[in-house]
Structure formats: C-alpha cells, structure tokens
Design a protein. Structure first.
Lengths: 398, 138
C-alpha cells in the first residue's frame, strides 16, 4: 500500500474529481504532494517473485504470473510481468509494486485521472445510445469489469526527413495525364506520446489521443492508488516504428497538400523517410478506463481517455437493420433513377463514350467509398474484440 | 434504351445506397476514430525541394532511392528495452556533430552538413540530375 490516512490509518484512494487522496472511512482528503508514502522506504525492495519460483512448479498457467504480498493484510497478490500497481482481492487495498517503479524504472511524469468510473460509463452510454446500428443488447450492456489503468508512454521528440514522389492526374485538353512531383523536406515532432505497453496496439492507443500534456505532474506513487498500472516493455525498434508511422502520415498530408497544379487523385508512389528520436525521452503514465462486456459470447473492450473522456471503440452492428436499409434505399433510388434516365437518355441520343465512362467511374467510386467506410468499422470492431486486451483487463484483481 | 437505363439506374441506386449506409454505419458504430493531429505535436514541414519530375527522373528515384534508412548512428540498439538513459549512456549515445547541426537548423537553409547526411544515404553511382532529397540546384 502506498499511503495511509493521517487521521484513521485507513488506505487512501486517488479521487479524480477532487484530484486528492480520499479516505473511504473518515472522509479525509489530502493532496498527493502533501503527504509522504510512509510504507515506501520499507517496501521498495520487496520484489514480486515469479509464480514458478514461489510454488516450485512450472506450468503454462503460471508463465507470466508473479506473487506479491499485500502490505496491509499480508495476502497473496497475483500480478503479471509488467503490472506496477493493483488491488488486493482480500482486503481491497491498493498496492504499488515499488520494485517495478524504483530508480531508473520510475516514470518521470503522470497525468492523473480526471474522469471517474461512473462518468466513464455515462460517457460510453451517451455515445452508444445514439448509434443507429448498435444492437439494443449493447446499448443496455452491463460491464463485466471496469478498470482504471495507467498506460506507460514514452513522450518523444523527433527530427524527420523525407523525399517523396507524388503522382497526380492533370487535365490536358480532352484527356488527362499523369504527372510526377518531387517533394523533399524535414520536420520536427514535439511531445508525441507513444504507448510503451505491448498488449495495447498502437492503433488503439493513438485513437485515445489527444492527451493534454500540460496537465502532467511529477510522478508520485499516490496517484496510482486505486488504479492499475503497467511498466514499459517495448524495445527501441517498436518506438522508432511507431514514431516513423505517425511522421510518415503527417509528411504525406503536407506533401499531398503542397502539390497544386490542378492535380487530382494524388498519391505518394515512392518514399524515402528517415527519423531520429531524441535520446532523452520522457517516461510518463497516462490514464485510460478499460470497460469490458460480452456480446453473443464475444469479448469487447471499450476504452475511455481518463483525462478527456474520449470514447474509443468499434461496436458490432445490427445486420438485419443495416441490410434492410441498404436494400430499401437501393430500390428507391434505382426506381427514381430509372424513371429519370428513361426520359433523359432518349433525348441525349447515342451516349457518348466519355459520359458512359464518367457514369461507370461515378458508380464505382460510390461503391468503393461505401465499402471503405464499412471496412474501417470492421477493423475497429476487430480491435474492440481483441482477446488480448480483454484478458489484460479481466486479469486485474479487484 | 430501357435496358440501358435500368442498368445505369441499378448501379447508381445501389452505389448511392452503399455509400449512404456505409457512412451511417461509420458514424454510428465507429466511435472515437481520430488521432492527434499535426498541430497537436507542433508539426510544420519545411520543404527543401519542390519540383515537377520527368518520367525518367521518377523511375530512377523509385528504383534507387526508395529504401527506408535503417537504424541510426550512435543510438541504443533496436532490440534493447526502452529505458531512461543514465548519464553515461546519454554521453555514449550523444548525437553526432552532423546530427546536431541538422537539429539546430530546422527551418533555415540547408547546410553543408545536411547535404553530406543526405548524400551519404544515397546509393553509390552516378545519379547526376536525379531528384534528391536535398538538391543544391533548387
């Protein structure tokens, strides 16, 4: 346990609303910087022992399990290889695994939770209740578990250079031709947060952004009280790849926007990027709520930014309603278009080849755009139903 | 003519339906689908070369220059766990003089140091006149 109440000795828990450590027994409230974690000097050397070592047996079930002792009741706490704070199942007190956040492993900054558990659930309901294709069962979902988890992040600054070739179609008289444009340049990225937990995919963590980093505070174990947290487990290559991916996106956006010349259908056909991350990256803990539920036997995890309350998820859809609406709209528009075209086409006489190609291109574009949007939803549903994140959340004791 | 009208109408009807329903589904079920923007991280691209390329130049660039630069000088190994660097490590992984010069001059004119960085990243051989990331002629 990190901190005890000065008045009654009960465990304190961080309250996002008041931004103070609150005592559930006597109602006392203290600012984290006001009080010292008295147990810390005695606890920082207490290591989590691997389950294999503790129980003397090797099995697949205990591969990533560590045994820690609750500082309050002495109960056995089971944590995974990267957990830094958790809750004791026996006494319910928050526990910080000090050995995992001591010395060089200790984060420099923390962004405290500003959204409470209740508010997070309320925000999720606000979002999903409006969804036209979200099934009723999901709208009335009962969360299996709701966990406030501090995600480890590396906040990086980077210098980036790239040279790209952009292709675009330009009209020349009756025809259009492909033209190529060279764009080379450099940029500096400031305070880009990259998640340092391998369980959470970059796609999911990027969607939790933006975090307002001006609210970062010097790290104090007391902010972890009542929440779960992990430590960094990524390697430098992971970090570079994630930063490069983001930088490529930003550069591409600017390079495409920089090609004027009346070109359409612009795309990058060749890229030569290079990135250099500053060596003195900042290690910080950023907050997120993980809300899990099951729908038709499948696990779903909704993420909520613990600071801004941004809800992130892709939810299963009501297929009957969707396809009924698709067919109905299709039939109505087809009938209307048929009646219109039957009148217009004879007036036009023989259809010119160019008009024919334009109509076909328009129809294909509509199909491709529609399918593209549907594909995006499918990909995000896949992320929401990611088993690893579900298990990651569910395995937390409490 | 009726058959042609029907075929066009069918394509148009289901094309529009697919686009409209796809858009509605995206809006309804894809929640929070956005990331931090360029402005969030103070990104401003400074272009060092902007020009139109001919077909030959494009082909040469794509064939010879389209390779990501792997690794970087003087940095921790890629397979190493990311950690806060100690004083000794910060000293050991200090950026090279060329890297420092490039970082110091972010939005000014390219320096000789930067030309040499880019040149060292180009494939060997005579590629005179080919579009290069930093072109002194531009």
């Amino acid at each position: 346990m990190a901190t005890l109440c000065k008045n009654c000795g009960h465990a304190l828990v961080f309250d996002p609303t008041s931004q103070k450590l609150v005592c559930g027994a006597c109602g006392g409230a203290f600012a984290p910087e006001e009080i010292e974690a008295e147990a810390m000097p005695y606890r920082e050397d207490l290591e989590a022992v691997s389950a294999e070592k503790a129980y003397g047996e090797k099995s697949a079930d205990t591969m990533d399990c560590y045994v820690y002792t609750c500082s309050e009741c002495g109960g056995e706490i089971i944590i995974n290889g990267t957990e830094a704070s958790t809750t004791c199942v026996y006494c319910g007190n928050p526990n910080v695994v000090f050995s995992r956040i001591s010395k060089q492993k200790r984060p420099e900054l923390v962004l405290p939770f500003a959204i409470t558990k209740e508010k997070a659930i309320e925000l999720v309901h606000e979002k999903i209740d409006k969804g036209l294709f979200i099934p009723k069962d999901i709208k009335h979902f009962k969360p299996e578990c709701v966990r406030g988890i501090y995600i480890p992040y590396w906040i990086v600054n980077a210098d980036y250079m790239n040279a790209v070739v952009v292709s675009g179609r330009v009209r020349r008289g009756k025809h259009s031709v492909t033209r190529y444009y060279g764009r080379a340049g450099e940029m500096h990225i400031k305070n880009l947060p990259i998640d340092a937990s391998r369980v959470l995919t970059n796609e999911s963590s990027f969607r939790l952004e933006p975090y307002d980093l001006t609210w970062l505070k010097p790290f104090d174990e007391d902010y972890l009280a009542g929440f779960y947290s992990n430590v960094s487990d990524v390697v430098y290559d992971d970090l570079r790849r994630a930063a490069l991916g983001r930088a490529n996106e930003y550069f591409a956006e600017e390079a495409l926007g920089d090609v004027h010349d009346g070109a359409s259908n612009k795309k990058i056909i060749s890229s030569h990027p290079s990135i250099r991350l500053d060596r003195d990256m900042v290690y910080a803990m950023l907050p997120a709520w993980f809300i899990t539920f099951r729908y038709k036997g499948k696990p779903n995890t909704i993420l909520v930014n613990g600071q801004s309350g941004k809800v992130v998820c892709g939810l299963p859809w009501n297929k009957i309603l969707f396809y009924t609406l698709l067919v109905l709209t299709g039939v109505i528009v087809t009938v209307a278009a048929f009646l219109l075209l039957r009148e217009i086409l004879p007036l036009l006489g023989k259809i010119e080849g160019r008009i024919f190609v334009l109509v076909i291109a328009g129809i294909v574009t509509l199909f491709v755009t529609g399918f593209g949007k549907m594909k995006k939803v499918f990909e995000n549903i896949k992320r929401t139903q990611d088993k690893d994140i579900f298990v990651f959340t569910k395995k937390r004791q409490g | 003519m009726d058959v042609l009208s029907f075929i066009f109408a069918l394509g148009l009807g289901f094309g529009i339906a697919c686009w409209a329903c796809g858009t509605l589904l995206d809006k309804s079920n894809n929640i929070g689908d956005s990331t931090g923007t360029k402005d969030t991280y103070g990104v401003h691209v400074h272009f060092t070369c902007e020009r139109r390329l001919g077909n030959n130049e494009t082909n040469t660039f794509c064939a010879n220059h389209d390779k990501p630069i792997e690794g970087e000088n003087n940095a921790p190994r890629g397979s190493e766990l990311v950690h806060r660097l100690s004083e000794e490590e910060l000293e050991r992984y200090k950026p090279t003089a060329a890297e420092e010069a490039a970082a110091a001059r972010r939005f000014g004119n390219p320096t000789e140091d930067e030309f040499s960085i880019w040149d060292s990243q180009q494939p060997s051989g005579d590629f005179k006149g080919v579009f290069k990331p930093l072109d002194k002629e531009e």
